[in-house]
Design a protein around this ligand. Structure first.
Ligand SMILES: *[C@@H]1O[C@H](CO)[C@@H](O)[C@H](O)[C@H]1NC(C)=O
Ligand SMILES: *[C@@H]1O[C@H](CO)[C@@H](O)[C@H](O)[C@H]1NC(C)=O
Ligand SMILES: *[C@@H]1O[C@H](CO)[C@@H](O)[C@H](O)[C@H]1NC(C)=O
Ligand SMILES: *[C@@H]1O[C@H](CO)[C@@H](O)[C@H](O)[C@H]1NC(C)=O
Ligand SMILES: *[C@@H]1O[C@H](CO)[C@@H](O)[C@H](O)[C@H]1NC(C)=O
Ligand SMILES: *[C@@H]1O[C@H](CO)[C@@H](O)[C@H](O)[C@H]1NC(C)=O
Ligand SMILES: *[C@@H]1O[C@H](CO)[C@@H](O)[C@H](O)[C@H]1NC(C)=O
Ligand SMILES: *[C@@H]1O[C@H](CO)[C@@H](O)[C@H](O)[C@H]1NC(C)=O
Ligand SMILES: *[C@@H]1O[C@H](CO)[C@@H](O)[C@H](O)[C@H]1NC(C)=O
Length: 769
């Protein structure tokens, strides 16, 4: 005890008391990185060291103020982090922060940042079935625990029933925390953990009233994402009779642990880091995070930093690419050690039928949930529906609007305001999806149907039409397509790793919803449903997390990089018409890997990938070194003061390739016209096998692979090869792409990697087009 006090005294005296800072500043929250090797031995736990540091900081600041006053808030420790970072978060005035910077062990700090979430049939669409393949082999993900950082969970949802579940894995250390309308009896063998984190939020908004101070979800986002990843099988579900069928998470036997860190009142990184920290301690196997931060470098991105610790513990991390598409360079979570997931469509169409007085029927899309009866109603064409005065004169008629190549949001607003009977929107712009759930009885269709409707209206004196809703069609073609909103690479924070990695279903996904949170409204009447259809990379991320859980259930020994490799190299690049997957954000041209990564996720093919591209923590460090980060920045991520840059390379062993060339308008020094990549593949197939390389032709580029044949004598044997891209000095097109495919001779395995060549900038301060 005596030595403890002595050490504490000696240590405190290090802190300079010469700082005379009298700025009166509002406290802000900071995440503070500390060098653990500087912690005096007397402290038994990091927590005590951090508290003592903060206490002495407050004391110093108060002593320096003349006259002494208590206008400074006393420093407040919000969280001390154990695994994801060496450090803590605290509420500090700028004066306190300045003193803290002189404390022993202080490395760096970043201001707490706000974060936003990236806001049935999908298992069938992905080919998951009970007879063979990944579902039965993985026992549907039994014994795999998926941690979800989100807005909480609605535990009463049927998707979290545990009737078919086995006992909770004994390694589980998590808890079901008590809070407002929540206690441990709401957890079960499906929902095995529920925790909530809002100290960071409250520090930022001390007066905020937390409307649901527990893991209970009143937003819906977290209930939706967690049931998408691992919801139980529920029969007879629908969204107002649309998408009716059986709902199932990707890994219906896996467990869910919810870490609520996104609140109606706001969301901050300090809470998210605390959530990831706790998930690691609790023992999750997979983390699903449908959220991200834009425009931060890797060493300041709390998700990048916290997930590095998760990867060290062999936890697979799935994240969302963001919903800022279709422009290049909009992606977030371009973190080399996680899976970054883009959003695609499914082959499901939510239809409605317009029957013209002539008897001709035209199909369109709608998710109108109401019960309006529209039989033989007068129909009128109102051009682009931008004249509200005119529209208000229409009255109870069906209005047909045709947009002139611009967003239809103004038209939708006008129609809503004008109080017409119903509307038909004709538009070729892929923006109708966000209006599908509009409270209007409206049908959205593309212009190929325009003539038949407009001709009928023009050539009849009293044109009439009928509308019918609630028609769902499966087998729609082409599917999947890349959605317009899905954020595109290259990753601003690490352009040298091709991102996104993969595309998964994200468009109009049906999953569980809190029964007391309205899904939509009709005539200002709120409507409720236990299942909701929503869209975004938030929805595609948990699909990939669930599939990773299934793969982990089969291949316990695989690293997160190996699982990611299996998912990527087995992805589909063709749609259900056997043509290249299209990009609805780029006029339905073939989707580039900057939109969909390696392609559309194919879980059964990922089960036996043949070869994998593995990566170690050292490989990631070597990449960080080559990004020219300072040692301090790198150690913020690795949390190890022994990290060094003895090896440094931008060329990580990744299952994809991206090369940067100069554009023909380039004013900068020409980059090399030859770019070289080295890769090592591990045979995870049985016995001997031979693989032969083929590369798709890329206009203007020569791509060669040496050797172009790899012979493996046994399982886990490694072989290396070199891929060289030779291009023109100045590149004309913005993006060119192709694939390298290793095909097993006389075998089943096909190992495919996307190749992107681009003249987009690698400098994230320059605007990307
Ligand atoms: C938990 O909450 C439920 C429902 O509100 C209640 O029935 C139950 O008694 C509570 N259990 C405990 C242990 O407090
Ligand atoms: C919070 O409430 C207190 C007391 O009502 C008030 O003095 C203060 O200005 C409020 N702070 C903010 C940030 O609104
Ligand atoms: C929320 O609940 C926690 C734990 O039950 C409690 O410590 C905290 O004071 C509550 N916060 C608010 C704002 O009610
Ligand atoms: C539509 O009708 C069904 C069946 O009668 C009813 O359950 C539902 O509440 C109605 N919906 C609305 C929005 O009125
Ligand atoms: C809208 O229509 C009215 C006639 O109803 C016309 O007077 C007015 O100029 C129109 N507005 C625009 C912006 O075209
Ligand atoms: C709409 O815009 C696209 C691309 O900008 C163009 O290809 C198309 O011809 C335009 N259509 C009309 C009707 O102007
Ligand atoms: C890192 O610095 C070296 C030496 O200045 C330079 O050649 C290289 O291009 C830089 N790398 C990156 C990714 O900026
Ligand atoms: C640098 O780090 C590597 C990997 O951790 C280690 O093997 C090596 O000994 C270190 N080198 C130096 C000079 O510290
Ligand atoms: C660059 O290439 C584009 C596309 O081929 C062409 O339209 C443009 O004129 C070229 N610019 C220069 C400066 O050569």
């Amino acid at each position: 005890m005596a030595t403890h006090k002595l050490a504490l005294y000696v240590w405190l005296s290090f802190i300079s008391i010469s700082h005379l800072i009298s700025t009166l500043a509002k406290p802000d929250t900071y995440i503070v990185y500390m060098d653990l090797s500087a912690m005096p031995k007397a402290f038994l736990a990091q927590h005590h060291w951090y508290s003592a540091t903060l206490q002495s900081v407050s004391t110093t600041v108060r002593a320096d103020t003349n006259p002494p006053s208590n206008v400074f808030s006393s420093s407040k420790l919000l969280y001390s982090y154990n695994h994801v970072i060496n450090g803590f978060s605290a509420s500090l005035t700028s004066a306190e922060l300045e003193v803290l910077k002189t404390s022993p062990g202080y490395i760096s700090s970043i201001r707490d940042l706000p974060v936003k979430p990236d806001t049935t049939h999908s298992s069938q669409f992905l080919g998951l079935q009970s007879k063979s393949g990944l579902w039965p082999l993985s026992k549907y993900g039994q014994d795999v625990i998926i941690g979800v950082v989100d807005t909480g969970v609605w535990p009463e949802s049927e998707s979290f029933n545990d009737r078919a579940m086995t006992e909770i894995p004994s390694k589980w250390k998590g808890e079901c925390e008590t809070g407002t309308q929540f206690n441990s009896s709401l957890c079960n063998k499906k929902l095995i953990g529920a925790r909530f984190f809002n100290r960071g939020l409250i520090a930022k908004n001390p007066n905020a009233t937390i409307s649901m101070n527990s893991t209970r979800d009143i937003d819906g986002h977290g209930t939706h994402t967690s049931s998408t990843a691992a919801g139980s099988v529920v029969e007879g579900v629908s969204y107002f009779d649309y998408a009716a069928g059986t709902a199932s998470g990707m890994a219906p036997q896996a467990r869910v642990a919810m870490y609520k860190a996104l609140w109606k009142e706001g969301a901050f990184t300090s809470d998210i880091i605390a959530a990831i920290d706790q998930a690691i301690i609790d023992g999750v196997d997979v983390l699903s995070m449908s959220l991200g931060l834009d425009g931060v470098p890797l060493y300041e991105d709390p998700l990048a930093i916290a997930t590095f610790a998760a990867i060290e513990k062999n936890i697979f991390v799935s994240t969302s690419a963001g919903n800022q598409g279709p422009f290049f360079g909009t992606l977030h979570n371009g973190i080399p050690w996680v899976l970054t997931v883009a959003a695609g469509t499914m082959d499901r169409e939510f239809g409605s039928i317009l029957t013209l007085g002539s008897g001709v029927q035209v199909k369109g899309s709608s998710l109108y949930p109401g019960n309006v009866s529209l039989s033989q109603v007068p129909v009128v064409f109102m051009d682009d529906c931008l004249n509200l005065t005119e529209l208000k004169k229409v009255g109870r008629k069906i209005v047909v609007c045709q947009d002139k190549n611009e967003s239809i949001s103004d038209q939708v607003y006008n129609i809503q305001t004008a109080k017409v009977a119903a509307c038909v929107f004709i538009s070729d712009i892929d923006n109708s999806e966000s209006f599908l759930q509009s409270s209007l009885p409206a049908i959205f269709m593309n212009s190929k149907n325009a003539d038949v409707i407009l001709n009928y209206i023009k050539s009849n004196s009293g044109p009439k039409a009928s509308m019918e809703f609630r028609k769902t069609d499966l087998g729609g073609k082409p599917a999947p397509t890349a959605t317009s909103y899905s954020s595109r690479g290259p990753s601003p924070s690490c352009p040298f790793v091709l991102k996104p990695d993969i595309m998964a279903p994200g468009d109009l996904v049906l999953a569980a919803w809190p029964s007391k949170t309205a899904v939509t409204q009709v005539n200002s009447e709120l409507l409720f449903s236990n299942f909701n259809l929503i869209s975004g990379t938030s929805m595609s991320c948990p699909h990939a997390a669930g599939i990773a859980a299934l793969l982990k259930g089969v291949h316990r020994e695989w690293s997160p990089a190996a699982i990611r490799s299996a998912i990527m190299t087995s992805a589909d690049s063709a749609d259900n018409t056997n043509a290249p997957i299209k990009d609805s954000g780029k006029h339905n041209e073939p989707a580039t890997p900057l939109a969909m990564g390696a392609g559309h996720i194919n879980p059964n093919k990922a089960l036996e990938p043949g070869l994998i591209y593995d990566a170690t923590l050292e490989d990631y460090v070597s990449l960080l070194c080559a990004l020219n980060f300072t040692m301090k920045q790198i150690q913020t991520i690795t949390r190890s003061s022994s990290t060094n840059c003895s090896v440094s390379s931008l060329d990580i062993n990744y299952p994809s390739f991206i090369a940067f060339f100069n554009g023909n308008d380039s004013k900068s020094e020409p980059k090399s016209t030859v770019q070289e990549f080295k890769r090592t593949v591990t045979n995870v197939g049985e016995g001997t096998s031979t693989y032969v390389a083929t590369v798709t032709a890329m206009k203007g580029f020569k791509v060669s692979v040496t050797p172009d044949k790899l012979i493996f004598k046994g399982k886990y044997e490694k072989q290396s090869y070199k891929l060289v891209i030779e291009g023109p000095k100045l590149m004309e097109e913005e993006v060119a792409f192709g694939h390298l495919t290793w095909t097993e001779t006389g075998g089943q395995h096909v190992v495919k990697s996307p190749i992107v060549v681009t003249r987009l900038s690698t400098d994230n301060t320059e605007e990307l087009s």
